[in-house]
Structure formats: structure tokens, C-alpha cells
Design a binder for this molecule. Sequence first.
Ligand SMILES: [Mn+2]
Length: 348
Amino acid sequence: MKLSFRWYGEEDKVSLKNIAQIPGMHSIVTAVYDVPVGEVWSRESIAELKRQVEQAGLHFEVIESIPVHEDIKLGKGSRDRYIANYCENIKRVAEAGARCICYNFMPVLDWTRTQTDHVLPDGSTTLVYYKEQVEKVNPLESDSDLTLPGWDASYSREELKNIVAQYQSMTEEKLWENLKYFLKRIIPAAVEYNVNMAIHEDDPCWSIFGLPRIITDENNLDRFLKLVDVPNNGITLCTGSLGCSCKNNVVRMAAKYAAMGRIHFVHMRNVAVLPNGFEERAHLSSCGSLDMYAIMKALYDNGFQGYIRPDHGRMIWGETGRPGYGLYDRALGATYLNGLWEAIEKNS
Ligand SMILES: [Mn+2]
């Protein structure tokens, strides 16, 4: 495995130097953030990112993410222009050395939590999802003025209501069709430029506010991989996104898709599944519902050689900053993953 760490660019409170001091760190996971979704990234911005990452002694090999424009997910007439731009971005980052591109196909909302500073018994804070809180922020309820942390702040409330309404008349089958249309056009570019596409599962892995969500479980991942059945069309196995539903056997999925050579990127995060939702927890298996050792072993035993990053972390030791993306708990997570991997490797 190649250990990696997400970095949000120069505005990130966590510096590249901090990240480079984490033992075993290999790659930075980042993106160009100064371009609107759907537009082409400048070669200068990409080159500058690469320069900064390499100056810190790390590799510029993983992009998270190149976001997919809503018109592509909605199947609008304008999608061909956005898909052409997407292929151009694949080409540009690949030419700069990227080997893996993470993206998702979630309508509108991306990841969804109801609170980003829930206090755990030890005083650390974490991201949580409680069903009873979600219903209170339904964007279709006109008197709801609340937003959720993963939402795109560039939408006004009216725009958000409008776009959610467009999706509510869309079936899951239609979203599958739009995904297939997209893949048939971008995967050939990924093959040509020798880069792996790694779709991220929907987070959480169920429908919210009636929005269709399809990258949610083993059956759907099987279907996804067959849409374009080549190695470059793969997945980001996000243990927390899949593992927040007890229906998903994450260990089995790790083994199966690693054996198929279709996991290019792994997000390792532990969650505690609760009757009314879930809480993100420390990485250690006993802190949550996932067997992190068993997942890592399944990856190892099935020949996984891709990138892994600690996914979200709690806020600990008084750190403040971007929820889920502080330094300390993610660094502890990275070190834990190193320890698991070393033990598994030496035992094999
Ligand atoms: Mn993830």
C-alpha cells in the first residue's frame, strides 16, 4: 500500500511539512480548487500543486477529486461540453503524474452529516449523522433555513430547492444511464493516459430527501464495474461510507474487489453504527463497528497495491479547523494503518 493524506492546498491549516513528518507517508491527495466545477484546470495550477508536493518530498499521484458537473448527472444537453472538459482534466493531471483520480456521482449533496462537532465522551469532537436531525433540514421544506456541512455553499436556498426537485423526478435507472454515458466517454481517456478512475461510494450509502443514490452496496458496485469492464474503471473503497450501513460487509467487499484489481484507492475510517444513524470514531477497531484489521488483511491477502489514506479524523488536543480534516487524529490513523500493515506483512 502507498500511504497518502488529503491536503486542501495552501489555505489548509495542515501544512505539507506536517504531513511529510508522518512516518511512511508517500503521497498527497489533492485537487485544484480555484476553478468552478465543470471547467478545465489550468496547467499552471496543476504544475504549481505538483511542485509544492514534490518540494515536501511527497508524490503527486492522487487527485481527489475532479468533481462531476450536475448537468452530467442530470443528463442535460450541456453534458457533452462538461464531459469533454472532464477528459481534458484527466489528460492534464495524468501528464503531471497523477495515477489515480477519485470522484463521486452523488446528486447535489455530496457527503452528508447532521453535526460536525459532536462531543464524544473523551472530549474529542466528531462528525455524526442522526436521522431525526436530517429531516429537520430537508431543503424542500420552505421554512427550513438550515444547511448541512457537506452542502455546496454556492447554491442559494431557492437554487438548492430547484435542483433537488429536478432529481426527485429522476429514477435510479435514469441516474444509472447517465453514469454509463459518462463512463463510456471518460474511461477511454483514462486508459489512454494511464490513470485509474476510482469512484467513491455515496456517503452515507442511502437515499436522502428522495435524491437517487446508486453507489451504495455490493450489488450496485458489481453493476458499476461491469458498465465499463476494464481495470481503469475502479473504485475508492471508503470503509466509513459503506460501513455506516450494517447491510454492507466491508471486509468481504475489500477482499473481492481487491482480488479483481479494481480498488485503486482506500479511505480508512471507523464508524459506530447506531439505531438512529452513525458517528465517526477513532480509527482503532474497538472504537467503532468496523474491524479495521480484517479490512487491511483482506486488502493485503488479495494483492492490493494502491493508495490508502486515513479518512476523516476527530478533533483532538484542542485542534481547530476543517471538520474531519485536522492533523492530529488523521496522523494517529495513519500510524495505526502503518502498524496494521507491518504486522500483516510480517505475519504472512
Ligand atoms: Mn471517503
